[in-house]
Design a protein around this ligand. Structure first.
Ligand SMILES: *Cc1c(COP(=O)(O)O)cnc(C)c1O
Length: 365
């Protein structure tokens, strides 16, 4: 039996009529850029998160850079974040002319270690971007307290954390801004690129809204120099059709993760823990192994999709070679040990059993 890493075909088969009807609606209206569907998706997504409003945009990377710019982060500023993330987190910081400052992670949760953040703050520091890695929230209470003490803004990179929670509040709604990706493989995926932003301050939200649409106040009135980072009308319609399924897919992910955890913890494997007060959305099912290459190869031979998130931490990437050297021992150790097993909103118990059996026959803790 082969097991796909993320079974998007199975998801599509379950919702095909809804999605096709949504696409037909766009074709009939010919409203391909923003339009009423983009507004209506953003409103529904914001409501699901308990936010006063959400703003749809072109992707999760532009969501981060626009959030930074809307919050006034720019040239000469430093932004504290992690190195065990997708490159977009740090790219966005560079896109606004600021510099990423990589800080090490907590070995239990794999998220930004608040105890180390305070030491990395300089007079240039303007913002902190915690990543809710693998769908699990970072230690937001500690990070928000540090930010308050030092007058910094917190932007949550919630690209992997749709419907994750921290002390009963949805991830992405706790900081000054929260950003989301709807890349096809994310927990809520478009049929192309799309993203969203959430802001605490309505005036900052208004600036972000203008930034993604050429600084527009009206069709030919441009208040600031902006970008074309709008959400595509087709993606908005597809996301709106998929959104009602997100809670059940998330519940399914949580149940699947619990099943994995039981089987793998019994065999002595370590998995990232969720911070106290947190509820993960389980974007990825990550486990630590000491023989990763061998395990990946054996699982691939067995027809089981797997991956590594992330094999090269950002401070080791050639793209960031010009940044000052930093020592991130926990990030480095975990980046050499983590691997990700199949998980999605439609994985079956039988598939999980197959994966666990194959994994335990080769992997070593
Ligand atoms: C996917 C992802 C992004 C970027 O989102 P895109 O929509 O692909 O631009 C940013 N940060 C993290 C943590 C991600 O996983």
């Amino acid at each position: 039996m082969t097991v796909e890493f993320v079974n998007l075909k199975r998801q599509f088969a379950a919702i095909e009529p809804d999605v096709r009807a949504a696409i037909d609606e766009v074709l009939a209206s010919q409203a391909f850029i923003q339009g009423p569907l983009a507004a209506s998706f953003a409103e529904a997504f914001g409501a699901l998160l308990g936010a006063s409003q959400a703003i749809g945009c072109s992707n999760g990377t532009s969501a981060l850079s626009v959030a930074l710019e809307a919050l006034g982060v720019g040239a000469g500023d430093e932004v504290i974040t992690v190195a065990n993330t997708f490159i977009a987190t740090a790219e966005a910081i560079c896109h606004v002319g600021a510099s990423p400052v990589f800080v090490d992670i907590d070995p239990a949760t794999h998220t930004l270690d608040p105890a180390l953040v305070e030491r990395a703050i300089t007079p240039q520091t303007r913002a902190i971007i915690p990543v809710h890695l693998y769908g699990a929230p970072a230690d937001m209470a500690s990070l928000l307290a540090i930010a308050d003490r030092h007058g910094l803004v917190v932007i949550e990179d919630a690209a992997q954390a749709h419907l994750a929670e921290y002390r009963g509040q949805k991830a992405g709604t706790l900081g000054h801004a929260g950003t989301f990706s709807f890349y096809p493989g994310k927990n809520l995926g478009a049929f192309g690129d799309a993203g969203a932003m959430i802001f605490r301050d309505p005036l900052v939200a208004d600036k972000a809204r203008r930034l993604i649409d050429h600084g527009r106040l009206s069709k030919y009135e441009h208040s600031i120099i902006g970008y074309n980072h709008r959400m595509d009308g087709l993606q908005a319609a597809i996301l709106k059709a998929k959104l009602p399924y997100l809670p059940q897919w998330t519940a399914h992910r949580r149940a699947a993760a619990a099943r994995y955890h039981q089987s793998l913890a019994q065999a002595g494997f370590r998995m990232p823990q969720t911070v106290e007060g947190g509820l993960s959305a389980y974007h990825l099912l990550v486990v630590e192994v000491s023989n990763r290459e061998e395990t990946l190869e054996a699982l691939r031979q067995a027809g089981i999709g797997c991956g590594v998130h992330y094999p090269v931490p950002l401070h080791r990437q050639p793209a960031f070679a010009d940044l000052p050297t930093v020592s991130l021992p926990v990030t480095e150790r975990l980046s050499s040990r983590v691997m990700s097993l199949p998980l999605c909103g439609s994985i079956t118990d039988e598939e999980i059993e197959t994966v666990c059996t194959a994994f335990k026959s080769v992997a070593r803790p």
